[in-house]
Design a protein around this ligand. Structure first.
Ligand SMILES: Nc1ncnc2c1ncn2[C@@H]1O[C@H](COP(=O)(O)OP(=O)(O)OP(=O)(O)O)[C@@H](O)[C@H]1O
Ligand SMILES: [Mg+2]
Length: 264
């Protein structure tokens, strides 16, 4: 049975796409069948980090000209990519009906996949909140800056109050070391505990790394380079922690019909 993992942050530019791509490749290394659904409609870029050029996008599925399988594109090590498209302004803000359609269309992948990773757009739009709540597990990418804390908090609050999502795994990105990352998590967790009815878990940290920057520029994900670098080991730890987190039971549409409430 396929499971889904949404990668979100509230704030833009904190590393969601980098985390999505490298998590996907890490699960692939563990023998899982993995696809990335790039839900950043109109501004999708996970394919850029993977060095591939999809020819078709989710808009081709929504307008009925292609099936999901036809638009899937093979990335490094066999990670599949479903692209949200670039420069497609008309699908930037798809409505509830189309979101529902997209989630249901992805059902056709249930037998072909073990893990679907959803790269969720920045902000706390209906799209972002709905895709996170539709996933079994939510990973929130946090960096040690007040703006990231604020936006991650607002996002978690929206997902919790609007859709009842309770469990979130926090991945601290661009950290100097584990101790610093854990401190960021503890501070963030204390704020969330005080005001929200949610459960946050520390998922691990990804080091601030010139090699990660270079891997993005060179379009060769860090996890495909070497096997025991600090970056690769960090993604392995995170991958394990994410799957160890409890499954969310949010209301609304769910990927692969898990715990579905069918109300539209
Ligand atoms: N661990 C890291 N170490 C160093 N630089 C990083 C790291 N993670 C991300 N970056 C830098 O941050 C930039 C943004 O990363 P990424 O595109 O993954 O963020 P994002 O959250 O997906 O952004 P957006 O909100 O625009 O979708 C990258 O281009 C890279 O330069
Ligand atoms: Mg991104």
């Amino acid at each position: 049975m396929a499971t889904s993992i949404a990668v979100c942050s509230g704030k833009g530019g904190v590393g969601k796409t980098s985390v999505s791509v490298n998590l996907a490749l890490t699960y692939r290394k563990l023998g899982k069948r993995v696809a990335i659904f790039d839900a950043d409609f109109g501004m999708a870029n996970s394919h850029i980090l993977m060095g591939i050029n999809p020819q078709h996008y989710i808009s081709d599925v929504l307008n009925g000209s292609k099936s999901i399988s036809e638009i899937m594109c093979k990335g490094p090590n066999g990670v599949m990519v479903i692209s949200g498209g670039t420069g497609l302004l008309e699908v930037l803000n798809i409505d509830r009906k189309h979101r529902y359609e997209v989630v249901r269309l992805l059902d056709e992948l249930e037998d072909e996949l073990d893990i679907l990773i959803v790269d969720v757009p920045a902000g706390a739009s209906d799209n972002s909140v709905s895709f996170v709540s539709a996933a079994d597990r939510a990973v929130v990418v946090l960096v040690g800056e007040p703006t990231s804390f604020l936006d991650a908090y607002s996002f978690i609050k929206a997902a919790n109050l609007e859709m009842g999502t309770k469990d979130f795994t926090i991945a601290v990105n661009m950290a100097n070391n584990e101790a610093e990352a854990k401190k960021h998590f503890e501070r963030f967790n204390a704020i969330a505990m005080k005001f929200l009815d949610v459960r946050l878990r520390y998922g691990g940290h990804i080091p601030h790394s010139q090699r990660i920057r270079a891997s993005i520029v060179n379009r060769k994900p860090i996890v495909t380079q070497g096997s025991d670098t600090p970056e690769v080991l960090a993604f392995q730890k995170l991958a394990k922690q994410v799957l160890a987190a409890p499954i969310n039971t949010s209301t609304g549409i769910r990927f692969f019909h898990h715990g579905e409430w069918e109300g539209l």
